[in-house]
Ligand binder design. Structure first.
Ligand code: ITT
Length: 200
């Protein structure tokens, strides 16, 4: 069965592919089905994830997964939050801007979390939603080469940044990994998706 992953973000797509490795789906992308990403006009991560999944499912008439995620920094009252992808023009500029904004903020006030909302929409419009969160701190400088986006700045309690983890290790603890663990549990209860097999 085809499953449309309604994202234009390559880093996300790579993670989704490994999170769903072993699942009985042929993953297709927005590019494969000739669909554009909708405007993100929601006021919550969950609303935007649903917007993405609904738009994809309507366009392609396929089961579709939307992911809306972002970085929420306590000292910035939750920014960049929903606007994480639009905080500046490139990933590097976004990281630099975040470091500049936090230049005078001491270690004990650099708490932050990543949040991920997932929405699964069936061709008939039925939907399922899950969320996941990962807590950490914003480092004083970028470290690590794995992952994408703000990963080099996001420090875990053990001192490593998310960009210093292997892809598998990041997926085990990340906001996206947690949201997917819950979504996969929900998917396993949907007979149209699992056929007669009780597990993947
Ligand atoms: P789509 O909407 O097409 O999926 P996008 O990049 O616009 O792609 P979002 O609106 O969900 O996706 O924005 C999420 C932004 O938050 C993303 O561009 C990254 O900058 C950041 N982000 C989300 N998850 C992340 C992760 O696991 N590691 C690092 N940064 C992440």
């Amino acid at each position: 069965m085809k499953l449309l992953i309604a994202t234009t973000n390559r880093g996300k797509l790579g993670e989704v592919r490994s999170l769903l490795a072993g699942a009985p789906f042929e993953l297709v992308t927005l590019e494969d089905v000739g669909a554009a990403a909708p405007e993100e006009t929601g006021t919550t991560f969950a609303e935007n994830a649903a917007l993405k999944a609904n738009a994809g499912a309507r366009h392609a008439r396929l089961w579709t997964l939307g992911d809306d995620s972002g970085l929420c920094v306590d000292a910035l009252d939750g920014r960049p939050g929903l606007a994480s992808a639009r905080y500046d023009t490139t990933e590097e500029r976004r990281r630099e801007k975040l470091l500049r904004e936090l230049a005078d903020v001491p270690a004990e006030r650099r708490d932050a979390h990543f949040f991920c909302a997932l929405s699964l929409v069936a061709p008939d419009g039925k939907s399922w939603a899950t969320t996941g969160r990962c807590d950490g701190k914003i480092a004083f400088a970028a470290r690590g080469t794995q992952g994408f986006g703000y990963d080099p700045l996001f420090e875990l309690p053990d001192g490593r940044t998310l960009a210093e983890l292997s892809a598998d290790d990041k997926n085990r603890i990340s906001h996206r990994g947690r949201a997917f663990a819950e979504m996969v549990r929900a998917m396993l209860q949907i007979p149209e998706l699992t056929g007669r097999s009780a597990a993947w």
